[in-house]
Design a protein around this ligand. Structure first.
Ligand SMILES: Nc1ncnc2c1ncn2[C@@H]1O[C@H](COP(=O)(O)OP(=O)(O)OP(=O)(O)O)[C@@H](O)[C@H]1O
Length: 360
């Protein structure tokens, strides 16, 4: 039984500007970004013929360089995770140029060894550990019967690997199959997480595998996408006394660096020459364009990423994009490209639905 509680909603787009790094401060790097959190506006200033001009963009939320992880989570992500526990499927994408804070936002800043192993959140903890904490806090508070499962995969050059696999399965490339219109990744490990302490062990396992592959295979992490998925099954009794299983899914996606693919989804000529085309990122841009322009054909099937996350783009999922930018003049051109791209994504409309399955 599928019940639709909501009509169409736009993809939510939030903007985060990272602070200057120590080196940038030491070098006296010029900043060109002004964030106005209240007005939910970001302005890029540039100099044209000696005149200082500014271009402004509005988003659903704007976070300036002083906004820490806890604030971003509380204001932008917490309500989304609450919806996962109501049975919605939700997706959060981090999109931006390399080095603007996608991984920092999703996973968190560097941890000291042992930090987080007792389950406490550090100030620098990102969206993934905070979401797991929130999920367990709510489930435990409600005294619900539940299971929480996590998977973590990487897409690199259109190949899918399981970041949580161990033993013989470590280097296996996984196939994506279609099952009743749903895309499933064959053989992807789903680990049952018993409590919030387990999350750091999982993240460490995934990150260690990513790092090893980078060294051994000369991979560039900025060219890979990672998808962390949390599935929560909850058993509840409805107001009519009917026992129901609710399943909520949360996809947390750390995209490849957006450089080389411009705002219209075209490939930069230099990138093409250098063989730096990222098919999944390129197709994501084309899917967004097709959805925004209401084109009859949306090229979901053209890449692994868009096949896997089809439902998050114009489907039944609640979707949020976190666009990350750097404040420096050197990144100005890329920043404008990210802002244009993110601004267009605001026009995508999804129709979130809660599928409920009565227990037989
Ligand atoms: N909001 C922030 N506050 C403090 N430090 C940040 C912030 N965002 C990013 N950083 C720091 O900036 C550096 C680059 O961030 P990060 O690695 O997350 O970028 P990225 O966008 O994921 O890059 P890539 O595409 O190469 O993976 C890191 O050292 C990170 O700790």
């Amino acid at each position: 039984m599928a019940s639709s509680r909501n009509g169409a909603v736009n993809v939510q787009v939030i903007l985060r500007c990272r602070p200057l790094s120590k080196e940038e401060v030491a070098n006296g790097t010029h900043q060109v970004i002004t964030c106005n959190e209240r007005a939910r506006e970001v302005t890029v200033s540039h100099n044209v013929g000696g005149k200082q001009l500014g271009r402004s963009f509005h988003f659903d939320k704007v976070f300036d360089p002083d906004s820490g992880q806890a604030k971003l989570y509380r204001m932008a992500i917490k309500p989304i995770v609450e919806e996962v526990l109501e049975g919605f499927n939700c997706t959060i994408f981090a999109y931006g140029q390399t080095g603007t804070g996608k991984t920092y936002t999703m996973e968190g800043g560097p941890r000291n060894s042992g930090e987080g192993s007792s389950g406490e959140l550090s100030d620098e903890a990102g969206v993934i550990p905070r979401a797991i904490h929130q999920i367990f806090s709510i489930l435990d508070e409600n005294d619900a019967e539940y299971t929480v499962k996590c998977s973590f995969l990487e897409l690199y050059n259109e190949e899918t690997t399981d970041l949580l696999a161990v033993g013989d399965a470590v280097d296996q490339k996984l196939k994506m199959l279609e099952d009743n219109g749903r895309v499933v990744v064959q053989g992807l490990e789903e680990i049952i997480v018993k409590n919030k302490v387990d999350i750091y062990a999982l993240l460490d396992r995934g990150s260690a595998k990513r790092r090893t592959a980078e060294t051994l295979l000369n991979k560039q992490s900025s060219r890979s996408h990672s998808v962390f998925c949390v599935t929560v099954h909850m058993r509840e009794v409805s107001a009519e006394g009917e026992e129901v299983i609710k399943t909520g899914k949360l996809y947390l996606v750390d995209l490849a660096g957006s450089e080389n693919v411009n705002r219209s989804g075209a490939v930069d000529a230099r990138a093409k020459e250098a063989g730096l085309i990222n098919k999944s990122l390129l197709t994501l841009g084309r899917v967004i364009t097709a959805l925004v322009e209401k084109s009859p054909h949306v090229p979901y099937r053209d890449s692994k990423l868009t096949r896997l996350l089809r439902d998050s783009l114009g489907g039944r999922t609640k979707t949020c994009v976190i666009a990350t930018i750097a404040p420096t003049v050197q990144c100005q051109e890329e920043t404008l490209s990210t802002l244009d791209y993110a601004h267009r994504a605001k026009n995508i409309r999804n129709r979130p639905e809660v599928p409920t399955t009565p227990v037989l």
